[in-house]
Write a new protein. Sequence first.
Length: 418
Amino acid sequence: MRRKSSFGIGWLSILLALASAVGIFFLPDYKFWFLAILLLNVLVSFVFGKRYSDGTMTVCRLLVGALFIFSSFTKGVDPLGTKYKILDYLAVYNMEWLNGLAMLLAVGLILAEFIVGICLFANILPRLSVLGAALLMLFFTTTTLFDAVYDLVPDCGCFGTAIKMSNWQTFYKNIVIDAVLIPLILNNKRLGNRLLDIPIQFVVAIALAVAFLGFELYNYRHLPVVDFMNWKVGKQINAQTAEPNRIYLTYRNKATGEKQEFLSPDYPWNDSVWMSQWEFVQQRVEGGTDYLGFTALDVDGNDVTEMLLNTENLLMFTSSDLTKVTEKEWAKVKTITETADKYGYYVVWTVSAEPEYVEQLREKYDFLYEAYFADELEIKTIVRFNPGLIWLDNGLVKGKWSAVDFPQGEKLEKIFEN
């Protein structure tokens, strides 16, 4: 006969975990008190976990599953953002040799989170799902602990760009999940699905995995179906209302391994020799309430950000790497630029490139008009795709497109006519 939790200790443990999670997020000044409660809660889960009732176990399963689903969705709509975060981690752990696999690792990690979450929530292959959740949480908890103690990466990106959390908040969040997950691990043999046979559960799990993989790939080729970025369509961007923050960029000398930190944009970004000898490592942000996330400079280093945000009918192409723009994409750019001229739209480029290279491209493509310069990472916050296109009207974001979806033909004409 199964023993149930004495005095509802399982329910009390769940409520304490949820209350602590809310407190840590909204009352950060009391974080150490909440940490003490969480650690006590983890201990309670270990000691009394096997005595949790079936109802309590179901709630634990649903909570962990829902959190994994939410986490995978916020990252799945922006797999490139997860790739960039993985590159940050590979840099701080001196594992740049894996950089070429960053996109694959991002897609795989997000997919693993989703499969574990949806299977737990739907009670499909629950025992395997709990094992997967345990392995993922062991990795996440360990990584975020080091991140919090040593401040390796400013934001782990656990919820993509949807929810920003400090390193300590992220670690505490993982302790909350651990406290709810431990009873599932201890009672793994009690889990099961009596409605579906094991082969059918595998088929359902595979089908869900394929569907979510398609969702990730769609967001990768196009733009996020749900945009959590600051430069999302419909948002009014106004540089005058923001208090600028300070963005520090760390670069490493390829030959000597020496690292130097610069306050952006005060670093030799337009020195082709220096840029060939140094490589980007990471960035950190301090202070301010600057939601723009970028500063545009002209070739002489003058800040033109406010000018861009106070221009009517501005089409701004963006590129974090001009060398990867294909001839097919240049052809689309030419069509858009010529149509924009006809309707009186102002066309500019914001790029991360050496001015000399931009001049070479301008000689080849005479429709490459005024070009401004910004940090590569900052450009990626505007439009994820390279190249991208954003339509601004006095700072109001009226449209965004990846190169795959650049408007052409009748669609392009209708945009300008309206």
